[in-house]
Design a protein around this ligand. Sequence first.
Ligand code: FPP
Length: 241
Amino acid sequence: MASFKTNLPRHVAVIMDGNGRWATSRGLSRSEGHRAGADSIDKLMDASLSLGLENVSLYAFSTENWKRPITEIKSIFELLVEYIDSRLQTIHEKGIRIHHSGSRKRLTSKVLAKIDHAVEQTKRNRKLNVNFCLNYGSQEEVLQAAQKVFADRWKKKVSPEKPISVKELEKYLYTHPLPSVDLLIRTAGERRLSNFLLWQSAYAELFFTETLWPEFNRQSLEEALDWFKKRTRKFGGLENG
Ligand code: FPP
């Protein structure tokens, strides 16, 4: 176990895919699949705490997920509300800080109030940052950040000719101040990024597994971390400097 403490990714991002397939293969409804997926989040948080991870981002609902049937959308948001109501105290006691990345547009006032409460209650916790990416889309995130940079410059009378720096834009990403992603995990066999943390994952190592999200457990996370440990990261440079 000690080996997992060395060369740990600073930020792990997870595309939690396969809830639907897990449910239908068992004759269950898709919403039961999401419920099992929520239980997997509990397991991931506990494993992350005990393995010493610092930042974990979870793709819970994308800006494209609004295309799903309204019944499924409703069941995901009801589950989220129930999840916060039933788990927040335990999450808080474990020293986990909740973040939200995503647009506030289209989220109901009830959902926003629950998220804001979770973020506020846990804001002094330091053991683990868990970033719920909810109503999240990476392209929209970068566009709104660029708009804020220009609004800021306009107010401060900075010339629009002055080149924008990476740091200047990153200040306005939803994920600020979380570090860039080192390891991105996608479950359920698909090999695409689906508009998730594209900017932040510029140099991320990508780990794809066939495991469906409801079956992802501590051992699955350890496998991903073990694989990550063996990667040679060059960030565009050469292996030996
Ligand atoms: C992808 O599986 C999963 C989602 C779009 C939603 C992720 C939601 C959860 C893990 C549970 C939500 C819980 C909280 C606390 C927010 P899919 O439905 O696309 O699976 P499929 O590709 O097999 O159909």
